[in-house]
Design a protein around this ligand. Structure first.
Ligand code: CMP
Length: 149
């Protein structure tokens, strides 16, 4: 199907910002069998899945993935949690993908995330906050390179 029609817009409207982003279903959500429900939300929104894999991040992959947080006090906890079990990594393509995905994901602290967002509906944790999503096009390039080398 034509991409514009599949995403629910009239072809005459055009795509304002077709782009790609990455999300990772974190170990807590994989363990709670939430993977399908989370991916379904992005499919229902109209995004096209471009890559999908279940994998276990190594310590060095996790350290590279979260390099921007290297100096934060929670860095070790972050690496330890994301490597604690399998994750599901997914890249998706669609209009305004980076910003729209961040809105769908919700606030970092799941216990403060708005109902209707993925973290707001499915989580209560901080390290274990269900899902990670790239926060910029540059982050997407870096993070997808680590996860899908
Ligand atoms: P994420 O979107 O994966 O990006 C960085 C992660 O750091 C964030 O989700 C949280 O899981 C985690 N994080 C942020 N602040 C803290 C904190 N104060 N303590 C532990 N983890 C944190």
């Amino acid at each position: 199907m034509d991409q514009q029609v599949r995403q629910g817009r009239h072809p005459a409207e055009g795509l304002t910002l077709p782009e790609e982003t990455l999300f990772i279903v974190k170990p807590d959500a994989v363990a709670r069998s939430l993977t399908g429900r989370i991916i379904a939300r992005f499919e229902a929104k109209g995004f096209e899945i471009t890559r999908l894999a279940m994998l276990r991040l190594t310590k060095s992959q996790a350290e590279s993935f979260y390099a921007v947080h290297r100096d934060k006090p929670f860095f070790d906890e972050l690496v330890s949690f994301i490597t604690s079990g399998p994750v599901v990594a997914c890249t998706i393509r669609g209009n305004n993908a980076v910003a729209t995905t961040r809105i769908m994901v919700g606030a970092t602290k799941s216990y403060e995330a708005a109902p209707g967002s993925i973290r707001g509906d499915l989580g209560l944790g901080l390290s274990d906050n269900v899902i990670h999503a790239s926060d910029s096009a540059a982050s997407f390039e870096h993070e997808s390179g680590v996860v899908f080398p």
